[in-house]
Design a binder for this molecule. Structure first.
Ligand SMILES: CC(C)(COP(=O)(O)OP(=O)(O)OC[C@H]1O[C@@H](n2cnc3c(N)ncnc32)[C@H](O)[C@@H]1OP(=O)(O)O)[C@@H](O)C(=O)NCCC(=O)NCCS
Length: 145
């Protein structure tokens, strides 16, 4: 397995199937995708994409004045979940961001995935909230790098 930078379009299939429940017409593009410096990582095995996540510069009020990258669209293909692939993707970006001197990696974590981020050292910040477009409960989670 390798972790590689991929174009935003390469994330769309997993975003749609894993994060949007394969709903016809569901939005798979994020406004963050077009930000300067945004990048997307995929875990690949023999040219098959097993996992994706996307990263862009965005401050968080939970770490004022710290340089911060936001993680969005974290998705591992169904049969490959719970095999360490999500961990591989996040530890890869953490190494990269530490090398670049970034202070913080954060995300709006689905409550159903909060245990995953907690295992990787992220801390819950603030009250939970429900995104109106999906009805899915989230908390902000922050990893100090
Ligand atoms: C959540 C997700 C990204 C995790 O990736 P993964 O490859 O399945 O997770 P890993 O196998 O790398 O797990 C790493 C650790 O987190 C734990 N973990 C994984 N998913 C978890 C979850 N949903 N809840 C609690 N713990 C979880 C694993 O048991 C493992 O623990 P360990 O350190 O004791 O071995 C993946 O399961 C997924 O895509 N889920 C559906 C979409 C989703 O919820 N995305 C996140 C949106 S914010």
């Amino acid at each position: 397995m390798i972790v590689e930078d991929v174009p935003a379009k390469a994330t769309h299939d997993l975003r749609w199937r894993i994060l949007r429940g394969s709903r016809p017409g569901a939005r798979v593009e994020f406004p963050e995708d077009t930000r300067p410096g945004a990048f997307h990582l995929a875990v690949l095995h023999a040219d098959t994409i097993l996992a994706v996540a996307s990263f862009s510069t965005e401050a968080t009020p939970y770490r004022p004045r710290r340089s911060a990258i936001r993680l969005r669209g974290m998705a591992v293909d169904g049969p490959f979940q719970q095999h360490g692939i999500g961990r591989l993707l996040v530890t890869t970006v953490v190494d990269r961001l530490r090398t670049e001197g970034v202070d913080v990696l954060w995300c709006n974590a689905r409550d159903s995935a909060a245990g995953f981020y907690a295992r990787l050292g992220f801390e819950v910040e603030g009250e939970g909230f429900v995104l109106p477009e999906s009805g899915i409960a989230h908390h902000v989670m922050v990893l100090d790098l």
